[in-house]
Design a binder for this molecule. Structure first.
Ligand code: MD6
Ligand code: FE
Length: 216
């Protein structure tokens, strides 16, 4: 009975849902580690801060980005690619924190991908109004490894399409601590993020942070 008095910090339960052969959503899988993940983020932002990259066409990407790991995803007038050097600082990206790597490997294992060894963690910051158009992730050197995507902060409506652009798109609500994994037959599924609505989360403020782990 006394125990109930102190049972006020509720931790939501992890719920793992297999959406298809290659796609899994791990609701609240990163919830427990989220404060650690955010603390590591503030450290690595001191080395490689968020910035708005441009596309080959000269458009400014409205999602602010940075990376950690051996390689980072970059976009400029030459197009998209992976680079070991942060073009903003001229030096290596910050090391991928162990807490990041372990979380991504465990989430991949839980989703049936046992050999995932992430080399890149792309970090995105979405402000209200930011969106990511439907696309495939195909700049990686191998499609054998899955994509692991960790959502932190305010709500996002994730757009999950199929193998071709014209396939039906479903919307998945992603909240703080949710993890999505897609790989195997679903590795090249179209996906995106609908325009983010206003919101507030105590750990991130008025934004959504997304950590996307890849192997390349
Ligand atoms: C997300 N991000 O933010 C998913 N893909 O939930 C992506 O799918 C993504 O942010 C390729 C390049 C940058 C990205
Ligand atoms: Fe993507």
């Amino acid at each position: 009975m006394i125990g109930d008095l102190f049972d006020t910090i509720e931790e939501p339960e992890v719920n793992i849902v297999k959406l298809s052969d290659g796609t899994t959503i791990l609701h609240k899988y990163a919830y427990r580690d989220s404060a650690d993940l955010m603390q590591e983020l503030s450290k690595l932002l001191k080395i490689s801060p968020f910035r708005n990259m441009v596309t080959a066409g000269g458009h400014i990407i409205n999602v602010a980005m940075t990376n950690c790991g051996n390689l980072g995803w970059v976009s400029d007038r030459q197009g998209y690619r992976y680079s070991p050097i942060d073009p903003l600082t001229g030096t290596h990206w910050p090391k991928m924190p162990l807490a990041y790597k372990n979380l991504a490997i465990l989430a991949a294992q839980q989703s049936g991908f046992k050999d995932f060894a992430p080399t890149v963690c792309l970090i995105n910051k979405y402000l209200p109004g930011s969106k990511l158009s439907l696309h495939q992730d195909k700049n990686e050197s191998t499609f054998n490894a899955p994509i692991v995507s960790v959502s932190l902060g305010i709500l996002a409506s994730f757009l999950l399409g199929g193998q071709s652009r014209s396939d039906k798109v479903s919307r998945i609500a992603l909240t703080h601590g949710d993890v999505m994994v897609w790989g195997g037959p679903d590795r090249l599924r179209y996906h995106g993020v609908a325009p983010i609505k206003d919101g507030y989360h105590p750990q991130t403020g008025e934004c959504r942070i997304n950590l996307t782990f890849r192997q390349t």
